[in-house]
Design a protein around this ligand. Structure first.
Ligand SMILES: Nc1ncnc2c1ncn2[C@@H]1O[C@H](COP(=O)(O)OP(=O)(O)OP(=O)(O)O)[C@@H](O)[C@H]1O
Length: 366
């Protein structure tokens, strides 16, 4: 029988142990990641965490202190060997899309192409048709709107068929409604071209909307990586929960692998007696019930014990209402979101329960 060896193709982009310091600040600290063709990876993190520096090293406009970068399994840069940026087959898109003002749309899009005149024209026409801007081919950038200019910038970046597209907050200059439309169009075009995409953003909504995979970055390190659903539903720590939404934190102390809270007991295996515990829950995962002569709903297995709070403030937020409570048990504040309109008056007593399956239990860091 003939033996068959199956070889998996290498990732389109692979970054291994990338590090970069400015002075004594380690801005990128041992970052490793891979992106496959047609995959969108979002590097998500707060301002200053090292996202753009990582992107600049991959683009070749900054140099790492250590670590390697591979494209399709071939080394393109380590600390001794370095392929220059223009030979890396990497497209770039930034917030400031910087079209050349003195060139027509056609010449802007054709700028990076080194093919014959006819081939250039065909590629430009095909790309402009894909971004619905065929009519603008002979216009100059200044007559186009911001969204249109951004779509031209996308066409220009894609024209040379880059193997990888690096995008640094490319949509943040656009207004909300336009942004959603252009994000979706960009995404489908990038998928169609089978480009591997690294998108840098500090906006969780953008990452959730665009990413196949999110790499959550903090202080120069990737603290968690996975599909958006997993990052949202199985966060590694309290900060990771808080990066995506408001959070409520209920503090407890572990004893005998259990932590008592006003909402019932939680299992805290592996924690020493006396260790502080944070039970973290998003506002949409608490439930409200009316006060009946000082009594609330009976405990249940899924929702635990109810605790009473007094409404401090209620606001209508569009799709939901946000109700803030001062809790009877220790005066702490909890936030609850309720679908549609629910605006109880200040001072109203209500009973809160938490969905136990949506709680995250972490050892407290402070
Ligand atoms: N050339 C440089 N010299 C010195 N410090 C730098 C340099 N480039 C970046 N930094 C610093 O490194 C840190 C990380 O910067 P970087 O631009 O990578 O962050 P970021 O996560 O992309 O942030 P933002 O979302 O605000 O763009 C910042 O504190 C920045 O001031």
């Amino acid at each position: 029988m003939q033996s068959q060896t199956q070889t998996t193709p290498p990732p389109r982009l692979e970054v291994r142990h990338l590090r970069r310091a400015f002075g004594d600040r380690q801005v990128v600290d041992d970052v490793s990641l891979t992106i496959q063709p047609g995959q969108v990876l979002c590097l998500l993190g707060p301002s200053g965490c090292g996202k753009s520096t990582t992107l600049r090293m991959i683009a070749g406009v900054d140099m790492q202190d250590s670590g390697e970068i591979y494209v399709d399994g071939k080394l393109i840069c380590d600390t001794v060997f370095r392929i220059p940026p223009e030979r890396r087959h990497i497209g770039l898109m930034f917030q400031d899309f910087a079209l050349f003002p003195h060139l027509s749309v056609a010449d802007n899009v054709a700028f990076g192409l080194k093919t014959s005149k006819d081939e250039k024209r065909a590629r430009v026409e095909a790309l402009l048709a894909k971004v619905n801007l065929g009519w603008a081919i002979d216009e100059f950038p200044h007559v186009l709107s911001g969204g249109e200019q951004q779509r031209i910038a996308l066409a220009r970046a894609l024209a040379p068929r880059p193997r990888i597209m690096l995008m640094d907050e490319p949509f943040s200059g656009l207004d909300n409604r336009l942004r959603d439309e252009i994000r979706d169009q960009t995404l489908s075009l990038l998928k169609e071209e089978d480009t591997a995409v690294m998108l840098v953003t500090h906006e969780p909504e953008e990452a959730m909307r665009m990413a196949d995979e999110i790499a959550l970055m903090r202080h120069g390190k990737i603290v968690q990586q996975g599909a958006p659903y997993n990052i949202y539903n199985a966060p590694v720590d309290r900060e990771a929960v808080g990066f995506f939404s408001d959070i409520n934190v209920i503090r407890g102390v572990s004893k005998g692998a259990l932590t008592d809270t006003p909402f019932g007991q939680f299992l805290t295996p592996g924690l020493a007696d006396g260790a502080k515990v944070d039970i973290v829950i998003r506002p949409q995962h608490l439930k409200l019930d009316f006060d009946r002569d000082g009594k609330g709903p009976l405990p249940t297995a899924s929702d635990g014990v109810a605790a009473r709070g007094i409404v401090k403030r209620a606001r209508f937020m569009g799709n939901e209402s946000l109700v803030e409570f001062r809790m009877d048990y220790d005066g702490s504040e909890l936030k609850v979101t309720v679908p549609n309109v629910f605006l109880p008056g200040e001072g109203t007593p209500l009973w809160l329960t938490i969905r136990r399956d949506r709680c995250f239990v972490f050892p407290a860091k402070d």
